[in-house]
Design a protein around this ligand. Structure first.
Ligand SMILES: [Zn+2]
Length: 313
């Protein structure tokens, strides 16, 4: 049985920074967004968080050896076909049932093997997958070898929507590709659907706890401790010493390189990083767009404690 802390929510909710900070805790191993491992790493040999191409990373080579007897014994096209058949948002109602079919079990087992191997290689008690996709979390709940804990990370929908409008280059592609973009209204619809899915997941018996991005950046120590407790980690007194408050009152995290499989470009950052709120959206997202996003997201925004009008907070 391997304990997995799954960071769930819609992308651009601050999960990469949260994952990087949690990865500094003793007993934790972070893997980035494992959902992309099969295509971006096994097929496209993109760069690991450590900077090396996936095939040249010793950590992942060891994980592949332990999990499968070597990555050459995994057919990524087969896993991607399974992914296409079972791990889709539209399948969530079916995946929310008590039972699942063999394809779901087989798909989830690929992840269970990766997690268990990563825990064995690093000696970690908790493995973090920041894949975010609700549909993957629903598949993983059917894996008998995974002790699944889902940290459902939410952020003000207007901040999320603004982030999806920005053009961001994918460093893995050496400047040739950019990350997906959505209009604010599309992002608000996705925000509502994905976050609602995590609410249902908790109602179906999976351990799900909600954490707000804004609370994390305001109090990174307190939120990290709360998430560690949720993941069942007993931390030594000095476990959070890597979070240091600067003269400006802002908390900095001294980040080491990690072996993240995929994710936001921030996964490549090392050294001191400020843990502070990114609230550019308050000035950069036009008022009419702010109101539109707030209106679409209103039901869950209110439930999560965000203001449901378009006014400044
Ligand atoms: Zn690596």
């Amino acid at each position: 049985m391997v304990r997995v802390l799954f960071l769930g929510g819609l992308g651009r909710s601050g999960t990469t920074l949260l994952e990087r900070v949690l990865g500094c805790l003793p007993g934790v191993c972070t893997l980035g967004e494992v959902v992309h491992l099969w295509r971006r790493d096994l097929l496209d040999n993109e760069r690991c968080g450590c900077g090396r191409p996936f095939s040249a990373c010793d950590f992942w080579r060891e994980v592949g050896d332990r999990a499968f007897g070597g990555w050459h014994r995994v057919d990524p096209h087969h896993v991607l076909r399974l992914q296409d058949r079972v791990e889709r948002t539209r399948h969530i109602p079916k995946l929310a049932g008590r039972t699942c079919d063999n394809q779901v079990r087989e798909y989830a087992d690929q992840y269970a093997r990766v997690y268990a191997a990563a825990a064995a290689v690093t000696g970690a008690r908790v493995v973090i997958d920041s894949s975010k996709h609700a549909s993957l979390a629903y598949c993983l709940r059917h894996a008998p070898d995974i002790d699944l804990r889902v940290a459902h990370v939410v952020r003000d929908a207007r901040g999320v929507a603004y982030s999806w409008t920005k053009t961001v280059t994918r460093p893995e592609s050496d400047g040739r590709e950019t990350m997906t973009r959505y209009s604010p209204s599309r992002a608000a619809l996705l925000w509502s659907a994905h976050n609602a899915a995590f609410g249902l997941l908790g109602a179906r018996g999976t351990a799900v706890r909600r954490f707000r991005y804004e609370e994390f950046v305001a109090d990174p120590r307190g939120t990290s401790l709360a998430i560690a407790a949720f993941a069942g980690l007993d931390l030594p007194a000095d476990a959070l010493d890597f979070l240091a408050e600067g003269a400006d009152g802002v908390v900095h995290a001294d980040l080491p390189a990690t072996h993240s499989a995929a994710g936001n470009p921030m996964r490549f950052r090392t050294g001191p990083v400020e843990v502070r709120a990114d609230d550019t959206w308050r000035t950069a997202l036009p008022p009419n767009q702010r109101r539109l996003v707030a209106a679409i997201a209103a039901p869950l925004h209110g439930a999560y404690g965000y203001p449901i009008t378009g006014r400044r907070t």
